[in-house]
Design a protein around this ligand. Sequence first.
Ligand code: SF4
Length: 258
Amino acid sequence: MSRYIITPGQRYDTESISSTLPVLRISELFSDAFQGEGVYTGHPAIFLRLAGCHLNCKWCDTKEIWQSSTAFSIDSLISLFIRESLVEKLISGFHLVITGGSPLLQQDSLTKFIVGLRKCAGNIFIEMENDASLTIAPQNEALLTLVDCWNNSPKLASSGIPLERRYNPKAILQLGRAGTEHWFKFVISKEEEWNEIEELFLRPALIKREEIILMPQGQTIRELTPEVKRKIAELAVGKGVRFSTRLHIDLYDDLKGV
Ligand code: SF4
């Protein structure tokens, strides 16, 4: 079972933070978990969830978590990683999965944190769960290469977010050359949604077919039935793209922090 280090809503005893220091607003941090989605499904992982999101998808299953936040200076967060033996775990092969919310809302501080963490932990593997609707500012081009694997998840109409707030071709093109690997994971429930992927992403050549992962929509075992998963898996095979289940839901239902 995973080990919580920062719990959502917890009053954490942070050092006094000067208003001039860069801070990261954190919603939760837990270790001894596994990646539940995408190409690294099942890989041991530490999850760092950053607070805040600029979208409000109607099926979001983490809203209550990313709305809570504790501010950490970069140094105090790195000290926490050392003190809680997270650096050791990362060196031993655990992935650091940075998620949200929308982590890129804090990209300047995040860049500084990753640079600092890599200084003391060396060649670790970092995954970024990214909603893919924000443009990465040019001054943070560094972030594109500091993260090894970009798990981008562009939102479709089913998210309930208007097109102009969720579709950013410039950002998608940037993310298509990010890290040593990058994926575009689409959460879908109906075959017809493939047409949207074709029209908005494949036809304008923003992404490549081999970078696509289809994942079924659902937040509980009750919703993610074998039939629902089979339908999306068969669609993925038919279109020649990858399929991902949601392993954490298969194993723990809607339990958070796993
Ligand atoms: S982008 Fe992600 S975190 Fe933000 S509301 Fe949508 S599903 Fe939730």
